[in-house]
Unconditional design. Sequence first.
Length: 131
Amino acid sequence: LGFGLAVTGGLNTAGLLVLIAIPDLVVRVLYGQAYASAAPLLWHYGFHAVMLSLANVVATYLIACGSRSIGIVALACTAFQIAAVTLWHPTLDAVIIGLGVGSGAFLLGTLVMACPVTSHKAPRLGIICIR
């Protein structure tokens, strides 16, 4: 799991740095000049994607270890994201922030579940867990 998180985190961080450094170029190359106004929002979406990617690595690990309760965390975070976007969407940036908070909660939830906090049967991460 540690290796998967390191590789995924490294690649995602590299991509996020590109989105932070040259968002205008990324938008122009991928989508054209018509979407240039979205460039300032790109790094927010990239940050959301990093958290979601890392959470998916941990969730896949937990599923492989036989954990079924990860579905509850995923459903709760998805419900939060739907509620956040439905109830609070004054700008596109606000929508992306709501998605990011939900992804961050999913990452935190999966990491907590992967740490041996409540049970000796919990899978070990190979990293230090906060108790």
